[in-house]
Design a protein around this ligand. Structure first.
Ligand SMILES: CC(C)(COP(=O)(O)OP(=O)(O)OC[C@H]1O[C@@H](n2cnc3c(N)ncnc32)[C@H](O)[C@@H]1OP(=O)(O)O)[C@@H](O)C(=O)NCCC(=O)NCCS
Length: 264
């Protein structure tokens, strides 16, 4: 497991100055979770919790910037093959615009040649990702619509497309898996967390038929994938969007039609 070294080890510490702020960058520890969760909430990431942070720590890297040993920012990433997928970049409101986020991102991606993220529309986030060598590629649409009903119920089965640690995390959160889809069924509707299929439109149609007509269905689809246009034609609406930023030569697999905007 990465990031398990004690905080006092010099190799894990990096002292920085940006503008008027002097801060230290180090691995974010479980003892930082409470403060990290507050910083996430200030950036509208309301579902951040210790289970999520443990997952990032265990499978990737979670760093924080501290002033007087208190976190003022955090950043996370998980590896997707050779690509560093930036999962989080959040700076406490009072510390924004002073270089902390940019410096933290640089530290997170040090030594990485390939990276990607789904950026929120915050202008500083987009500047930070450009500075880190990424460029915007396409919109990631947050789509919401209704199930059609009338089809066979979902038959759970083993997922066959890799990222097993991520799918395991989703299952731990209560998701149901089929060979091509990861679906979270909640009280207010269904969230498709991953859909990977050669014929994604057929697969999605089966999903929409598997749930009672009118059930709310949410999913996150790169705008360039044909599934996006198909869902819009089925009266799905765009409720929000992020921007996919990547370094050169990074592309999403063509079969990956829906994915989680935070974890890819
Ligand atoms: C996005 C965020 C992490 C950036 O961190 P930060 O410490 O505020 O940013 P920095 O001071 O390091 O600046 C990073 C870049 O943004 C630019 N910038 C900073 N504030 C800006 C603003 N208000 N408007 C436009 N650009 C801005 C800086 O000039 C810098 O660009 P450069 O490297 O080309 O000079 C932070 O503002 C934040 O937490 N925002 C809310 C949560 C969020 O949207 N997170 C991103 C999730 S994808």
């Amino acid at each position: 497991m990465r990031n398990s070294l004690p905080v006092a080890q010099a190799a894990d510490l990096s002292s920085c100055q940006a503008g008027e702020v002097e801060f230290t960058i180090r691995p974010a520890l479980p003892s930082d979770d409470e403060r990290v969760i507050q910083i996430a909430a200030e950036g509208d990431f309301d579902n951040c919790d210790s289970v999520y942070l443990s997952f990032i720590r265990a499978t990737g890297q979670l760093l924080c910037a501290t002033v007087d040993e208190t976190a003022v920012a955090f950043a996370g990433m998980v590896p997707v093959a050779d690509i560093a997928m930036v999962t989080d970049l959040f700076v406490a409101q009072a510390a924004r615009g002073q270089g902390v986020g940019g410096r933290l991102l640089a530290e997170l991606l040090a030594g990485r040649t390939q990276s990607m993220t789904f950026s929120a529309q915050h202008p500083a986030a987009q500047s930070a990702y450009r500075r880190a060598g990424m460029a915007p590629r396409c919109r990631m649409l947050y789509l919401s619509g209704s199930a059609i009903g009338g089809g066979p119920k979902l038959v759970p089965g083993g997922w066959i497309h890799g990222r097993d640690e991520l799918v395991g995390y989703f299952v731990g959160r209560g998701a149901v898996i089929t060979p091509n889809a990861v679906v979270l069924i909640g009280a207010t509707g269904v969230e498709v967390l991953r859909l990977d299929a050669v014929n994604a439109i057929d697969e999605c149609q089966q999903l929409l038929r598997a749930f009672e007509a009118g059930t709310n269905v949410k999913l996150y689809v790169p705008e360039m994938h044909p599934l996006a246009a198909w869902l819009l034609a089925q009266q799905f609406v765009i409720t929000d969007h992020d921007l996919l930023f990547t370094t050169d030569a990074v592309a999403l697999p063509a079969t990956l039609a829906a994915l989680h905007p935070g974890l890819a």
